[in-house]
Design a protein around this ligand. Structure first.
Ligand code: ZN
Ligand code: ZN
Length: 181
């Protein structure tokens, strides 16, 4: 079983290659980049000029294989769900699929100079966060915890890329329960 990274749209391979070891470390599983990537055009909505993340998640179901522990889509495009102006990502709570968007993690989106290290850090945090939701984790009140809610990029920068001990414990207990069944 492994954690699979699926590029969605034109995603810089170097970004995914640097994300993989961080994800493998956090969840103690091999992490691999899968191909071909997913073309997100089917999820584009002209009236919003954005891509509907729930539709992307539904399509990703078809990419699950016997080797899949979780599959994380990394999208170059801007994502939304109808009740929100945008999302940094979305996950199937307790499911296998999650997606994150690079679009609003880039400093350039805010009119600032490119900052590769910051982009890498933000991507790792949002990726761990969304995979956390697939493990049934909800938002955490500890602002430093990776499971803290983030409604703006500044909030992402405040948190760490790891789970707090309470969230870590919840994941660990889930694993024990799974093994007991
Ligand atoms: Zn969340
Ligand atoms: Zn936490």
């Amino acid at each position: 079983m492994n954690l699979q990274l699926l590029p969605i749209g034109k995603v810089d391979h170097g970004l995914l290659a640097s994300l993989a070891p961080g994800m493998a470390n956090t969840f103690a599983l091999p992490c691999e980049i899968v191909s071909p990537g997913l073309d997100p055009e089917f999820a584009y909505h002209r009236e919003r000029q954005q891509y509907h993340s729930s539709e992307i998640l539904a399509r990703m179901q078809g990419r699950i294989t016997a080797q899949t522990w979780r599959i994380l889509g990394v999208a170059a495009v801007d994502l939304y769900i109808p009740i929100l102006t945008f999302v940094f990502g979305e996950a199937q709570v307790g499911g296998s699929c999650a997606v994150v968007s690079l679009h609003r993690l880039r400093q350039e989106f805010y009119g600032l100079p490119e900052h590769r290290d910051l982009l890498h850090q933000r991507l790792l945090k949002e990726s761990v966060h969304e995979i956390g939701h697939t493990l049934n984790l909800t938002h955490c009140d500890d602002y430093r915890c990776v499971m803290a809610a983030s409604h703006a990029v500044e909030w992402i920068d405040l948190k760490e890329s790891s789970l707090c001990s309470a969230c870590y414990g919840r994941v660990f207990n889930n694993c024990v329960q799974l093994k007991d069944v």
